[in-house]
Write a protein that binds this ligand. Structure first.
Ligand SMILES: *Cc1c(COP(=O)(O)O)cnc(C)c1O
Length: 801
């Protein structure tokens, strides 16, 4: 794109659209016109990519996820198209600032946290590695709630992200499909000796796709993310006079469930799951039929991947279509389904394992229910002779009035993977051991990854420039090359530059903290970051108790040479998760007390950012010195903020949990601050049942003092919460072993202080973290999924590795 052409086009396009000049337009309008121009480039590549896929009959993967958390897309699309700098220059000529326009874009919060963000990193990597792949999800009318703090309490406001429309989506009304709910189903024998399925009194819903282009990194590839919206079918408007039915339909894609890991059992959620599973599978079937191939070749052309169990109804839905509409035999349909579907497990937390009441499924999805019963019946009949009744019944899909989605997902797929080595091992050895005995070949590990494009090239341009001038730019395409940076660990000049980059990023965050939260931060302080959903197992509380401990120590003896620190938190709590909300209130109360205490000065500061999401992550992560990854060992399946933070040079303070274990293996124990119990020790406590939190409270003087401060009025404004937290730890025996790991945690934090004082040493550690972050590129994760699970070969595009 020529800069001159760009300016001319931009002026004209703006006037054509709004009938006034761009200088008179708002930021949102200025952004909209820029996006139109970007889309016209994307769309050409999009068509070409589609034509290539169709002409070659390439196998395609469809990644089904209830959540996507893409972040703002303008800069990401410009970067991937290779026109970021040109457009920035062109805008400058027009007197516009790219950064301003980028900020005018909404950050679509169509996900809760890690799971949704993973799906979006994967979409970027699927396109960037040249894999024929599509996303399939829901176009929620309202994204995850907007978080506000009122008097330190979390308040949830609706996130009307579509207020100004979504500049990146394309409504494809001609690709709509019908999804049926409820009613009665009858199997009527037909002349062919099989049966026809007759539905009566169903509620039919039109699923309308909105497609969002997924641009590959400088390879000409554009894939599709298809998000479905529920609407009233054409011609049915009469029937839907009833306000009630209209409301019912509207509701299906109205809101994203704000429960990150505990599932809250509502009918609406089940409707959402079937809605996007069915719509997605129907559109895949329609695509496959264009090729006019025998059904047996379906798995050679299509892979369906389900991100956690939310899209598991893909399995009975694919069976339904193959059986009822395409008239395949059960055995044929079942072979095809298993070969097509693969499943990623994301959690071992029991409360997050999806189960549906049998009656609910029966009433809402009568035909799907019949198919699930039959899958279950055949499974049991086939496995009892092999494994006996006891083990077999433990793997049943239907049991005690419930339908277990993980069991259906495992039985109906050919691959199940965990998301980090430790997590996959726990699945095989314990959580899903019964299934592992039956199907050892189905189990595998795919450690999560992140996209270096968003989390380094876009979020941290200064570090990107330093890497480019030291190790060249090949790492942009091949992230293992980050390893070359290690050669500079003894180069004083590079270390100094690294320090300057970090300082600048800290200054940027400090400016935000001042403007938004009125807190003055010193960039000489160590920036200590914990950003993730608020959950007891993630143990933000352990972090908070450490801060309180430091505070009490400093009040007692102001001469203690603690390294000044800024503790940064970002976290939303599920609205119904009252304990998590109490922890937010408690940390906010702690912040108010400490930030306003004249004795403390810059030695301690706390910033709890409001409304944490992808855009804030992009601001905070480059500014982090320390990455807090302190979940109870065995509970965090993988974590991905740990990867983003190491990539930006933060040193991890972490337990041996999730992907922390692999991060530590790559960076070396000397560049990773390990503390706390490992998974084995935790398991040992579970086996013996002899954990005694009260005993720790009574015998450890530091724990005693900190816990007393929760209930003796030390922290003004958090008396109720302090008592609640105290009780959870002492009276209810501290479910996540916060007190057990406390001593080890504060000792490790003292070591962090000492290391930080030796800036050369610290910068070397930081550099080693950056240099060893390559293996956590989602590109590699995706190439392994493609090679080992989907059996799809990447297209090399313009840039061959
Ligand atoms: C990466 C990311 C997460 C996941 O964080 P974890 O610490 O791995 O739980 C959650 N939310 C957002 C916005 C993210 O970018």
């Amino acid at each position: 794109m020529q800069v001159k052409d760009f300016e001319k086009q931009y002026r004209k396009k703006f006037i054509d659209t709004f009938a006034y000049t761009y200088q008179e337009g708002s930021k949102v309008e200025q952004l909209a016109i820029l996006a139109e121009m970007v889309k016209s480039i994307i769309n050409e590549n999009w068509i070409a990519t589609n034509q290539r896929y169709q002409a070659n009959q390439d196998k395609q993967v469809f990644y089904f996820s209830m959540e996507f958390l893409p972040g703002r897309m303008l800069k990401s699309n410009l970067l991937n198209l290779g026109i970021l700098q040109d457009v920035e220059k062109g805008l400058k000529e027009l007197g516009l600032d790219l950064e301003d326009l980028a900020k005018a874009e909404v950050d679509p919060a169509l996900g809760n946290g890690g799971l949704g963000r993973l799906a979006s990193c994967f979409m970027d990597s699927i396109a960037s590695t040249g894999i024929a792949g599509n996303g399939n999800g829901i176009r929620y009318r309202y994204g995850l709630f907007k978080q506000k703090f009122v008097d330190g309490y979390q308040v949830e406001l609706p996130e009307n992200w579509l207020r100004n429309g979504n500049i990146w989506e394309v409504r494809k009304e001609n690709k709509a499909v019908t999804v049926r709910f409820g009613g009665d189903v009858q199997l009527v024998p037909n002349v062919g000796g099989s049966f026809d399925v007759v539905y009566k009194d169903t509620l039919n819903i039109l699923a309308v796709p909105y497609d969002v282009a997924q641009v590959g990194y400088q390879n000409g590839v554009v894939n599709n993310l298809r998000l479905w919206s529920a609407e009233i079918p054409y011609g049915d408007e009469e029937r839907f006079n009833l306000e009630k039915e209209r409301e019912e339909i509207k509701k299906i894609t109205e809101v994203l469930y704000p429960d990150d890991s505990n599932y809250d059992g509502q009918l609406l959620r089940l409707k959402q799951e079937y809605f996007f599973s069915s719509a997605g599978v129907q559109s895949i079937i329609r695509y496959f039929k264009k090729f006019d191939l025998p059904w047996s070749q379906f798995p050679d052309k299509i892979a369906i991947h389900i991100n956690d169990t939310h899209p598991t109804l893909c399995i009975p839905e694919l069976m339904r279509i193959l059986l009822d509409e395409e008239k395949l035999s059960w055995d044929q349909a079942w072979e095809i389904t298993k070969k097509t579907v693969s499943y990623t497990n994301h959690t071992i937390l029991q409360e997050a394992m999806e189960r549906w009441p049998q009656d609910m499924v029966k009433t809402l999805l009568p035909r799907i229910y019949q198919i699930i019963l039959e899958i279950n019946r055949r499974h049991i009949a086939k496995k009892i002779p092999l494994y006996g009744e006891e083990l077999t019944y433990r793997t049943a899909i239907v049991s005690q009035g419930q339908i277990k989605m993980a069991n259906l997902a495992i039985i109906g797929s050919h691959s199940i993977n965990g998301v980090a080595k430790l997590h996959s091992d726990i699945l095989m050895e314990s959580t899903l051991n019964d299934f592992y005995i039956m199907y050892p070949q189905k189990f595998n590990n795919k450690t999560n990854g992140i996209t270096q494009r968003r989390w380094l090239q876009l979020a941290n341009p200064e570090l990107t420039a330093l890497l480019d001038e030291t190790i060249g730019t090949e790492w942009h395409f091949n992230h293992t090359e980050l390893k070359l940076f290690k050669a500079y660990q003894n180069n004083a000049e590079v270390l100094e530059k690294l320090a300057v980059v970090k300082r600048h990023n800290k200054e940027k965050f400090a400016a935000y903290a001042l403007e938004k939260h009125g807190v003055v931060l010193s960039t000489d302080a160590l920036f200590d970051v914990q950003i993730k959903r608020l959950h007891a197992y993630k143990r933000q509380l352990l972090n908070a108790l450490h801060i309180l401990h430091r505070y009490l120590e400093l009040k007692e003896d102001p001469t203690i040479a603690y390294q000044p620190r800024v503790f940064i938190f970002g976290a939303k709590a599920a609205p119904s998760y009252s304990y998590a909300k109490s922890i937010i209130k408690f940390i906010n109360a702690l912040a108010t007390m400490i930030n306003n205490d004249k004795d403390i000065e810059d030695k301690l500061k706390i910033v709890f950012v409001e409304n944490y999401g992808v855009s804030l992550a992009e601001l905070i992560i480059p500014a982090a010195d320390v990455s807090e990854q302190i979940s109870l060992a065995g509970k965090e399946a993988s974590g991905t903020s740990n990867m983003k933070l190491m990539l930006n040079g933060a040193i991890t303070v972490g337990t041996l949990d999730g992907a922390n274990v692999e991060i530590r293996d790559y960076v070396g124990t000397e560049n990773f601050m390990t503390f706390g119990m490992d998974n084995e020790e935790v398991e040992e406590f579970y086996r013996n049942g002899n954990y005694n939190a009260r005993h720790i409270y009574e015998t450890n003087p530091r724990v005693h003092r900190v816990l007393n401060a929760l209930i003796d009025g030390t922290v003004p404004g958090a008396n109720g919460e302090g008592q609640e937290i105290f009780d959870s730890l002492v009276t209810y025996n501290d479910e996540y072993f916060v007190l057990k790991d406390f001593e080890s945690y504060i000792t490790t934090q003292l070591e962090v202080d000492a290391l930080y004082k030796d800036q050369v040493k610290w910068l070397q550690m930081s550099l080693n973290n950056i240099a060893n972050a390559g293996p956590f590129s989602a590109d590699y994760t995706i190439l392994r999924y493609a090679d080992e699970i989907w059996k799809i070969h990447p297209y090399k595009g313009d840039h061959s590795l």
